[in-house]
Design a protein around this ligand. Structure first.
Ligand code: NAP
Ligand code: ZN
Ligand code: ZN
Length: 347
């Protein structure tokens, strides 16, 4: 075991504090990573505040991790010391179930091992990326292409793949009309990736306050959802709506924006149920779906796609002591467009 610096949530109601956590010794198939940057995902906030269920406090969150390899186990073949690498939301899975065999480890039927708050193979609780180092099985470590700026790469490991996966699955591309609901961490990546895939992209945001940014990220149009006229003008329009909102939305209103055989996929994960009126699905034979992050191979494809297409998250780099303020700003939809913790401030 080694003791490393970290930031942890002591409880659902207290601010995050500086602390130390333990990391396991590097096993034969493990990679030790010195972390450079860790993104702040809204899921970190849902989790530490206990909105999604019981939490093993104290807990270090963070599942958007980028850094360099500093040690490898004897059997490691995929990574070498000095490599620039990333870790996302998963650090293990059963590898044997039907879904794992398909490369869909995020849907592991026996339950994958999440990067934080999960019971690891050795019985310890996994601790996330708001820390100086992490030890991860090599199969769950991604190669981060050098074309992606280092401080901007971390959010791709969750926000990037969580939006890439449904856009790819539902065939966003030339000739398809895609709407992105919510222009935050996930939303701004959805806009950039969908536009790079060739889709015609519309942003649906609470206000027009971020319109210039949305158009710069690749959207062709931008509407305020606070204006009821938006839902009339855009009715029966989209092939795919990617909902990234962290709170419940009026499902009936948004489903009405789908054209024939369109799908509304929710990646946003509010603690409350999303109420789907079945009659809103009947019109235009619409579908309502969910999607969870992405598999490991798919995450690598997304990283390579972003590197090739020159796509990177828009980040605001902060020090370790600014994390609690950053959480408040995320909750107030005041994020442009992802906070990233400079882990050097923890050393
Ligand atoms: P975020 O940066 O806070 O973005 C959410 C955006 O939703 C906000 O910027 C805001 O956009 C909009 N919004 C927030 N509150 C709203 C409200 N009450 N009504 C309408 N719109 C509202 O969060 P994020 O990190 O992108 O995460 C978004 C959600 O996805 C979270 O629930 C998170 O847990 C979930 N998530 C799911 C997965 C998955 O695998 N499915 C992975 C990662 C995250 P505007 O200001 O533009 O309106
Ligand atoms: Zn996340
Ligand atoms: Zn499995």
């Amino acid at each position: 075991m080694s003791t490393v610096n970290a930031i942890a949530a002591p409880s659902a109601t207290e601010p995050l504090v500086r602390t130390t956590i333990e990391r396991r010794e590097v096993g034969p198939r493990d990679v030790r990573i010195e972390i450079s940057y860790a993104g702040i995902c809204h899921s970190d906030i849902h989790t530490v505040r206990g909105e999604w269920g019981r939490v093993p406090y104290p807990l270090t969150v963070g599942h958007e991790i980028v850094g360099h390899v500093t040690a490898v186990g004897a059997e490691v073949t995929r990574h070498t010391i000095g490599d620039r690498v990333g870790v996302g939301c998963l650090v293990n899975s059963c590898r044997e179930c039907e879904n794992c065999r398909l490369g869909q480890e995020q849907y592991c039927l026996t339950g994958n091992t999440q990067t934080y708050g999960a019971v690891d193979r050795d019985g310890t609780i996994t601790q996330g990326g708001y820390s100086t180092h992490v030890v991860v099985d090599e199969d769950f470590v991604l190669r981060v292409p050098t074309a992606i700026p280092h401080e901007a790469a971390a959010p791709l490991l969750c926000a990037g793949v969580t939006t890439y996966s449904p856009l790819a699955h539902w065939n966003a591309g030339p000739g398809t009309k895609v709407a992105v609901v919510g222009l935050g961490g996930l939303g701004h990546m959805a806009v950039k990736i969908a536009a790079a895939m060739g889709a015609e992209v519309t942003v649906l945001s609470q206000t027009l306050g971020k319109k210039d940014d949305g158009l710069r990220f690749g959207a062709g149009s931008y509407y305020a959802t606070s204006d009821p006229a938006t839902f009339e003008v855009l009715s029966n329009t989209f092939d795919l709506i990617v909902n990234t909102v962290s709170a419940p939305i009026d499902m009936s209103a948004y489903l009405g924006l789908l054209r024939l055989d369109g799908t509304l996929v929710s990646v946003g994960a509010p603690p409350e149920p999303l109420a789907v009126p079945v009659f809103a699905l009947f019109g235009n034979r619409r579908s309502f779906a969910g999607s969870s992050i992405g598999g490991i191979e798919e995450t690598q494809r997304m990283l390579d796609f972003c590197a090739e297409r020159g796509i990177a998250p828009e980040v605001e780099v902060i020090g370790a002591d600014a994390v609690n303020d950053a959480y408040e700003r995320v909750l107030a939809s005041d994020v442009r467009y992802r906070f990233v913790i400079d882990i050097d401030s923890l050393r």
